[in-house]
Write a protein that binds this ligand. Sequence first.
Ligand code: TRP
Length: 360
Amino acid sequence: MTTGSTKRRILTGDTPTGRLHLGHYVGSLENRIRLQDEYDCYFLLANMHAYTTRADKAAEIRRDTIEIVKDWLAAGIDPARATIVLQTEVPAIAELTWFFAMLVPFNRVMRNPTLKTEIESKGLGDTYSFGFPMYAVGQCADILAFRPDLVPVGEDQVAHIEMCREIARRFNQVYCGVDPHAEDAEHEKLGGVFPIPAPLIGRVGRLVGTDGNQKMSKSLDNAIFLSATPKQVKKKVGAIYPGQSRDPDQPGDPDINPVFQFADVFIKDEAFVAELKERYRKGDNLGDGHVKAYVIDAINELLEPMRARRAEFEKPGGDDLVMDVIRTGTRKANAVAEQTLAMAKERMGLNFGTRAEMLG
Ligand code: TRP
């Protein structure tokens, strides 16, 4: 069974750990929304990965999984065009994870800088589960199960995509006879099962949080959520420290003021932002409150259509709509992932019988 689409494929996803914020939006989500027509898109709910650090929080993970779909749909992901996939209902991903785990040295996984950063930032110490580092291999299976060309992600995920590319090359070399010196772009033509997918990094690698210095993150309590009300946006932007103490008619430095980072990212009219910076530098009667007011307007302009779409899912029956989107998407995803798994197993000499025969 195939999906019948001749478009190139995208696979990306999020771990359901709570609501999405503006950092997620400019880091990756806006790319996904933009590319929905051009590509055959698969967006994965990495709920299995949530268990790697929260195995005892099943109810929370379930709630976060449903909430993240609402964030996606509100942000503009359209289930009529893109396929939403629930990881734990795609068994081929779990099977590929095993096979891939044998193609990467253990020490290579443990050197992955994204894992190291997470161990520190989440305070996992040295008692994290065996499954925690395993998720990095699992992520390679998430991606390769869909044989995509492109993986739109935030900057922090690049180390994972690099490992995925290494595993794809290795599989193609070991089981498909692809020459170790082959160009990445040639792998499939030369008989490899897997393409060597490329990351696509968002417009803003690292959005500052409302604390003005750290990266926006739910756990640092410096995030503006996509679900924020106008009042919450006003309060959060209003509380940003402008980096200096000044009067509206005294010269200031926009480069050390985090509010201007938000202005750069969210105010569409670049000439207007340049003019604001100029006035700020001169001390031309431009208070921090004024700059913030423009930023608040720009953020609300972005969030307003999301609020309208979200209202549909907040009505009674909203969760049922979400469940439908998950089931329909996952069924379509399984067709692709099963096909990939069958191709991979065939090359590995594991073509003992079809899934249908074996599950009888
Ligand atoms: N690890 C990613 C994150 O925390 C989520 C993820 C899981 C993912 N599987 C993926 C991203 C596959 C891209 C591709 O954000």
